[in-house]
Design a protein around this ligand. Structure first.
Ligand code: PGA
Length: 249
């Protein structure tokens, strides 16, 4: 599968700004061989679906509740998202884990529910600075993978995003060595769990990816995509990163 450049817009953009972004992005983007996915605020689903049209850009929400419908005030239904044309969903982002107390068990339910409604999950995992300092990084990743992927099969597409919490939104990007160690570990885990299908699983890196760091990181062993927050909000800066990755490919 091709290199993935995924955007995480977090809680940014109105429907109008979404439309404006895609008008510009579709105008400038030129990148055969790079798969592009946008994780948009769920309220902008319609604006996104209408803007993207029949281009081969993928999109989805940043979170779902693991049920089609029901008495879940304030939550987002995977069924509705799929109905609007979403193909992907971000699950277990560290901001959801930290600010909304999402556990590995809940994250696991969300992945299973996403698959039930034909949304391809991108599972986010990563250690905090404290966990890294205590030498717990690989143990944390193991737990997040073990519980998060419990009973999960590789249907259509399944992806993992390694996002060290200390590198998210901080400008402090992980070093290629740190990324390599984590990604190789994740690959070994996946190879053991899914001996026949793990090759189709992309492992994305996320955490302060910018134009300056994109080149080196894209060449690290087992990095087959990026999940980009801040630098994905402007069409031109995102396209510049895509261009760098493409030239390296
Ligand atoms: P960042 O965010 O690129 O702004 O660090 C990445 C993410 O949270 O997915």
């Amino acid at each position: 599968m091709s290199f993935i450049v995924a955007a995480n817009w977090k809680m940014h953009k109105t429907p109008e700004e979404t439309t404006e972004f895609f008008l510009r992005f579709l105008d400038i983007v030129e990148s055969p061989g790079i798969k592009k996915i946008f994780f948009i605020p769920a309220v902008n689903a319609l604006a996104t679906a209408n803007s993207i049209g029949f281009s081969n850009i993928g999109w989805g929400p940043q979170n779902i509740f693991p049920a089609a419908e029901g008495a879940y005030t304030g939550e987002t239904s995977p069924k509705v998202m799929a109905d609007l044309g979403a193909q992907y969903v971000l699950v277990g982002h560290s901001e959801r884990r930290r600010l909304f107390h999402e556990t590995n068990e809940l994250i696991n339910k969300k992945i299973l529910s996403a698959q039930e409604f034909s949304l391809n999950p991108v599972l986010c995992i990563g250690e905090t600075l404290e966990e890294r300092k205590q030498g717990q990084t690989l143990a944390v990743l193991q737990k997040q993978l073990e519980v998060g992927l419990s009973h999960v099969e590789v249907l259509k597409e399944l992806h993992i995003a390694y996002e060290p919490v200390w590198a998210i939104g901080t400008g402090e990007v992980a070093s290629p060595e740190q990324v390599k160690e984590a990604h190789q570990y994740i690959r070994r885990f996946l190879a053991k769990k899914y001996p026949e299908h793990h090759a189709s699983i992309n492992i994305l890196y996320g955490g302060s990816v910018k134009i300056d760091s994109a080149k080196d990181l894209s060449q690290v062993d087992q990095v087959s995509g990026f999940l980009i927050g801040g630098a994905s909000l402007k069409a031109d800066s995102l396209q510049q990163i895509i261009q760098v990755v493409r030239n390296e490919g």
